[in-house]
Design a protein around this ligand. Structure first.
Ligand SMILES: *Cc1c(COP(=O)(O)O)cnc(C)c1O
Length: 386
């Protein structure tokens, strides 16, 4: 048996340096752990980086989406169109307010929501369309906005994988009514747990900043007498704390560099994988659109797909970390399949992606040599002579 190549290539690893460690220690050395200046400074920094008029920090992307639907007063009888090929959180946020997620299949060429099918899914109960920029490639927001305008719908952009994604020059999250980002550790940047909402609408930003903190009428710094406030609306505790915000401020400074590294790694890996006729890759975004390069997902062709977990194990054995985005179409997850009775044959494109895909790492913790190595590991695993 040939000697197995070996390297350590984790799928994701947060880029935490001395700057983040120092920033956290500064917070812990002071008296303010929540409701402080850092969450506001973080909002300013993220807004400046994306070009957003307003940014509201929250405790996660899931909280961000729940808060928006709550703020828009959706409930039983309302429908929100969501992609079948996404994280469960995209649909959960709709369920959490008692509304119904109406799933739409993916297009095979990008994994993004099928725009022709979106139009057909609109009913008189539809209130909004949620789009996900899948793996960092922008949905055609011109078409989404045309459909939304024709039917008077709101548009929520789930940008959990889309920091750095641009559509005709605009950053993801700024083309719909609101954009929601995630700072979970394997995403483009992290605050451990955390999220942010960007919007062009000042009144919405103000309302969200109240509703994420119990619906109080004024923030800590605005109170004439400390501890004295009124509650004018229902709200959650969905705040980002000062420790998370302090990490976030440092992470935003790294974003330009992170995206350059991701682009370089993606290009090298795509080049290394081009030789394998056994693999299908998604289309590249059409210029001038820019992908955030979350990962490089490959689909295994035909019979090979049945051996996916064997191939994953062989890659992992060679030190190549992998993931699956996403392991099942959301309507095929047990909770949704049982509640709404979706059959296995529904959403064939999302099901095909989920059943055949392997996500490969291109994160900033990796070098070009790692990408070349992944190509060599594939050659071995697929049983090819060098
Ligand atoms: C990771 C992810 C989420 C959830 O983000 P959290 O910050 O963990 O709540 C939502 N949507 C998509 C598309 C994701 O990939």
């Amino acid at each position: 048996m040939a000697a197995i190549l070996k390297r350590n290539i984790p799928f994701g690893r947060p880029m935490i340096g001395d700057e983040e460690r120092r920033a956290v220690m500064d917070v812990l050395s002071g008296p303010i752990l929540v409701h402080g200046p850092r969450s506001q400074a973080f909002e300013k920094a993220f807004a400046a980086w994306t070009g957003a008029p307003h940014a509201v920090s929250v405790s996660s992307c899931t909280a961000a989406m729940h808060l928006l639907y709550f703020s828009w007063k959706y409930g039983p009888g309302d429908e929100v169109i969501v992609p079948a090929q996404t994280h469960a959180a995209t649909a959960h946020a709709v369920e959490l307010v008692g509304a119904k997620p109406v799933f739409v299949d993916a297009e095979r060429s990008t994994g993004n929501i099928d725009l022709a099918a979106v139009e057909q899914a609109v009913t008189e109960r539809t209130r909004a369309i949620a789009v996900v920029h899948y793996l960092g490639v922008a949905v055609d927001m011109h078409r989404i906005n045309r459909i939304a305008k024709a039917h008077e719908l709101k548009v929520l952009e789930d940008c959990a994988l889309a920091i750095g994604t641009r559509f005709h020059g605009q950053h993801a999250g700024l083309m719909g009514d609101a954009g929601c980002f995630s700072f979970y550790p394997v995403k483009h940047m992290t605050t451990a747990e955390g999220g942010v909402i960007v919007t062009r609408e000042a009144a919405l930003a103000t309302r969200l900043s109240r509703q994420k903190a119990f619906g109080v009428d004024r923030h800590q710094g605005e109170r004439a007498v400390p501890g004295v406030y009124d509650v004018t609306m229902l709200g959650f505790n969905y705040r980002m704390n000062e420790i998370e915000a302090a990490i976030g401020i440092e992470q935003v400074k790294r974003l330009d560099d992170i995206l350059v590294r991701r682009e370089r790694n993606y290009r090298t890996l795509r080049g290394a994988l081009a030789q394998f006729s056994e693999l299908t890759l998604f289309d590249e975004p059409a210029p001038p659109n820019i992908s955030s390069r979350y990962c490089l997902s490959v689909m295994l062709n035909n019979k090979l797909a049945e051996r996916r977990y064997e191939i994953v194990a062989a890659l992992n054995e060679r030190g190549v970390g992998t993931s699956v985005y996403y392991p099942r179409a959301v309507p095929h997850m047990t909770y949704y399949a049982e509640k709404y009775g979706y059959s296995k044959g529904s959403f064939p494109n999302a099901a095909w992606i989920s059943a055949t895909t392997i996500a490969l790492p291109v994160g900033p913790h990796l070098q070009e040599e790692d990408m070349v190595y992944i190509g060599e590991a594939f050659k071995e695993v697929l049983g090819k002579a060098a």
